[in-house]
Write a protein that binds this ligand. Structure first.
Ligand code: J2J
Length: 531
């Protein structure tokens, strides 16, 4: 087992195996199997080209040979930050074929984050593209390399400058030893609540199962044509998009942005049947689809999740897009819920989904950890065949994020309907959900406190029509108060992703405290809402 991984207790592991959830097949072996089972069917289509399943499997062999020649070995961690292109998928599977562990970053991450990802996972390599969304990632790679000692290789998709061109890794295939399917396959970034982001280690067995279970919940089959238009390096897009689609031999269509100017044309051209959207993107689609000329009639369902879908928007989805609305929820730590086509409209409008495994255990508890009466709101705790038992190298943090008997404390306030659907009602964790992008308040507060004019800082979420929430920093200044552009400049210089930069700045003399001395964020939020 990879050091720093928290395994399931033996009795749970053998139960999950005997029930057929864990099949003892690596993700890479599964791709090999798809290569022969679905051979000539289209596996991936991106803005440039397409790959059949057998072409993708062969491509992975080439890249795996190059990675091995470079010295990448089993269990080596490699940070992957690539756009939604076929190369993302080829690199991911090539790393798995070598036995290495991809660490997924989002295109929005900058030097502070990538450096932390490299350091906290002891990554030996970083794979990114020359330019993503107009930002030069070679500059980013230079900054990261200057700040971290571990990184041996930087591999660039596109114009590589002084780095290793991804293309040069396409070499003559060689044999690789098979990894242990019960060991860690990938590392996913957690939404987080702590000062520094945590990683979630997912095994081949458990992650493959979650993809299979999502495929079943969404009734996927070989006619499924799923378009991923949110970043691929996220648990949602990787399971509901990639793993579930490949499991049934469907086709994955990759869009580099959810912008209707790009996606509507792709839907028409590739007869897309399924996709996943966050509410803010769904709002734009619903506004533009009815007056547009694109033929969206191939869509069967649009799945909306990642943050709470407002009811008023939910009602507009089916009339505007001409397909079924399904809601979904999930988390990098594991548990996810989806809806099926038989669900009545009321449920699909009001609830966020039903856990995809019969062995997902859900507890809804009060402030003291006691179960609430049926149907009442409480914090969701969960464990099951694809929910981790601790963060990767989580240390003491694991004692607060997980209960003694292995339940993950989600920090989400939910209600359970009699039909098993989960309704999201709020949050107890100190996190902001900005249009599906999760911001750990403490992480940003630490950066704010580094500003010479900031004496104290608190980050809160305030309601926003499009994003669901925007972030607001309440600052107690030393003397002259810094304004938003100055804070934005300072944080950008510190190398953090743009979505973490506070949308609003408020100045206060002091921060309100609770009886035990914690910053009273509830009060700050109320003050902001009633301004
Ligand atoms: C309210 N909050 C939601 C929803 C997630 C599928 C779908 C989403 C994710 C994801 C995922 C929500 N309504 N419909 O991994 O497989 C919030 C909760 C949750 C947190 C996890 C998947 N859907 N959330 O969003 O790891 O607060 O995963 O705990 O990014 O998103 O965020 P993340």
């Amino acid at each position: 087992m990879l050091d720093g991984f928290v395994p399931w207790p033996v009795e749970f592991a053998s139960r999950y195996r005997s029930l057929g959830y864990w099949r003892g097949e690596t993700l890479d072996a599964a791709l090999r199997r798809y290569g022969s089972a679905f051979g000539d069917s289209a596996a991936v289509v991106d803005s440039d080209r397409s790959w059949t399943y057998s072409e993708l499997d062969a491509e992975v062999d080439h890249y795996a040979a190059g990675l091995h020649a470079l010295g990448i070995r089993p269990r080596d961690r490699v940070v992957v930050q690539l756009p939604n292109r076929g190369e993302f998928i080829a690199v991911m599977y090539a790393l798995l074929r070598v036995g290495a562990i991809p660490v997924f970053a989002l295109p929005a991450h900058r030097a502070a984050e990538i450096t932390h990802f490299v350091d906290s996972t002891d990554a030996v390599a970083y794979v990114t593209a020359d330019v993503i969304d107009g930002f030069d990632h070679r500059e980013l790679a230079r900054a990261v390399r200057g700040q971290t000692g571990n990184l041996r290789h930087v591999i660039i998709f596109g114009d590589a400058a002084e780095f290793i061109p991804l293309d040069s890794l396409r070499q003559q295939p060689i044999e690789h030893p098979t990894a242990d399917p019960s060991d860690v396959a990938i590392l996913l970034l957690s939404g987080g609540t702590t000062g520094l982001p945590k990683f979630v280690a997912r095994t081949h067995d458990d992650w493959a199962y979650s993809g299979r279970a999502v495929a079943a919940a969404c009734s996927y089959d070989a006619t499924t044509r799923h378009m991923v238009c949110l970043p691929l390096g996220h648990n949602w897009t990787l399971t509901h998009g990639l793993l579930a689609t490949f499991d049934v031999g469907g086709t994955l269509i990759l869009a580099e942005s959810p912008d209707p100017g790009i996606t509507f044309d792709l839907i028409e051209r590739h007869r897309v049947t399924d996709t996943g959207l966050v509410p803010g993107v769904a709002l734009v689609w619903v506004e533009l689809a009815p007056g547009g000329s694109a033929d969206l009639s191939s869509l069967r369902r649009v799945v909306i999740g990642g943050s709470k879908l407002p009811l008023e928007l939910a009602r507009r989805v089916e009339p505007a897009l001409g397909c079924q609305l399904h809601q979904a929820f999930g988390m990098a730590e594991g548990l996810c819920g989806f809806q099926d086509s038989d669900e009545d409209l009321e449920t699909r409008l009001h609830a966020q989904g039903r856990p995809v495994s019969p062995d997902d255990e859900l507890l809804i508890v009060d402030h003291y950890g006691n179960p609430v009466p049926a149907g009442e709101i409480g914090e969701l705790l969960t464990r099951g065949p694809y929910t981790v038992r601790g963060y990767f190298r989580g240390g003491v943090h694991n004692r607060t994020s997980f209960t003694d008997n292995g339940f993950y404390r989600t920090g989400d306030l939910v209600r359970l309907l009699p039909n098993g659907q989960v309704v999201f009602e709020g949050r107890v964790k100190d996190q902001i959900n900005r249009g599906g992008e999760k911001i750990a308040a403490e992480e940003v507060e630490n950066h704010l406190l580094a500003h010479p004019a900031v004496r104290d800082a608190a980050l809160i979420g305030v309601p926003d029509e499009i994003l669901g929430e925007r972030s607001c920093a309440v600052l107690v200044p030393h003397g002259a108060a810094p304004e938003q552009p100055e804070i934005a400049r300072f944080l950008t210089e510190r190398g953090i992703a743009a979505y973490k930069i506070p949308d609003l700045i408020r100045i206060a003399d002091t921060l309100p405290r609770t009886a035990i001395g914690k910053v009273d964020k509830k009060k700050l939020r109320q003050e902001e809402v009633t301004r």
